[in-house]
Design a protein around this ligand. Structure first.
Ligand SMILES: NC(=O)c1ccc[n+]([C@@H]2O[C@H](COP(=O)([O-])OP(=O)(O)OC[C@H]3O[C@@H](n4cnc5c(N)ncnc54)[C@H](O)[C@@H]3O)[C@@H](O)[C@H]2O)c1
Length: 294
């Protein structure tokens, strides 16, 4: 397969929080992008959000008029997956549900050309389990590309090969991501991959420190920012991604690794009491810091 170039054609399925910004990242790099969602309103909302992101990025000097001003025009909405018949890379970022992802991957396997690399942005479903949705001869071109939110700001992508992924495809995908300004690392297909295992070990301990009355969430965030050099503290992070999502991930990690990932009782209690954070609920901090607005 030829090395990645600006003319690469990318397709993204799912125009939610992650998919929209994945499309944006490739469009910023000059690539031709198709964005599909089964909900036309999600496509509309994605375009409006990306326009704002672009404007803000241009105003802050993150992007330049010369290179990036036309990025949104390079993202074309696709009403039907049939439009993905000429793509070099197709990434799914639909709901985190095995049956939904299986259906989308099977459809991509049918419509995308044989050479197309098919990727999943799953956070929790094993890549080889998802690969089973594709015909056996397509699995060499299938892998996980796990992005981090907000995708346009977080440079890391975990590349997760499945049982059948061709190493050449891993290399191609890494080069493709690098040409879109990302820094990929290759990680084995284990529950939580690498980053979520490290992150949740810390989040669990942070909540336990509060449970034991050792320090307040505010002070522990300060400790992580000023003592460990983290850009954001664990409680601000939980308020952004929501404690309910953290609870879900920890339950899955506990299932794979046992007691060390048992979600703390206080986290369960707060979620059950409606203190999950996010845009609509109170969280750990009185004045949550929005990562997307930094
Ligand atoms: N949110 C995060 O911080 C984060 C981080 C890393 C990975 N992920 C993963 O990324 C994926 C997407 O997460 P999100 O937060 O963007 O979700 P989201 O709910 O914001 O967006 C999902 C989108 O997929 C669309 N969709 C659902 N089923 C579809 C189908 N069959 N065909 C086409 N479109 C469909 C929905 O309409 C929605 O717009 C999930 O697998 C999630 O685990 C999320």
């Amino acid at each position: 397969m030829s090395p990645p170039v600006r003319e690469m054609r990318v397709g993204v399925v799912g125009a939610g929080l992650m998919g929209a910004e994945i499309a944006f990242v490739f469009a910023l790099a000059g690539m031709d992008v198709l964005l599909h969602d089964r909900d036309p309103a999600a496509l509309e909302a994605a375009r409006a959000r990306l326009r704002l992101l672009l404007e803000r990025g241009l105003a802050r000097g993150l992007y330049t008029e010369e290179r990036h001003a036309t990025a949104i025009e390079r993202i074309r909405p696709a009403a039907d997956l049939a439009a993905f018949a000429d793509r070099d890379l197709a990434t799914e970022a639909v709901f985190e549900a095995l049956d939904v992802k299986r259906e989308v991957l099977a459809a991509l396997g049918e419509v995308c050309p044989e050479t197309c690399v098919i990727a999943s942005n799953t956070s929790t479903i094993p890549i080889s389990t998802l690969g089973a949705a594709l015909p056996a001869d397509r699995r060499r071109n299938f892998l996980g590309t796990h992005y981090f939110s907000p995708v346009s700001r977080m440079r890391l992508v975990e590349i997760v090969p499945g049982f059948d992924t061709d190493p050449e495809i891993v290399g191609w995908t890494a080069a493709m991501l690098e040409s879109a300004g990302k820094q990929p690392i290759v990680v084995k297909d284990v529950a939580g991959f690498a980053v979520n295992r490290m992150l949740h070990a810390m989040l669990i301990e942070a909540v336990k420190l509060v449970e034991e009355g050792v320090a307040t969430p505010e002070d522990l965030d300060t400790a992580c920012r000023l003592g460990l050099g983290h850009p954001i503290g664990p409680f601000a992070l939980m308020d952004n991604v929501t404690s309910s999502l953290c609870l879900q991930v920890q339950a899955l990690l506990q299932d794979s690794y046992g007691e060390r990932f048992r979600p703390p009782a206080l986290l369960k209690q707060r979620v059950a009491a409606g203190y999950a954070g996010g845009r609509s609920k109170p969280g750990w901090l009185r004045a949550p810091e929005r990562i997307s607005e930094r």
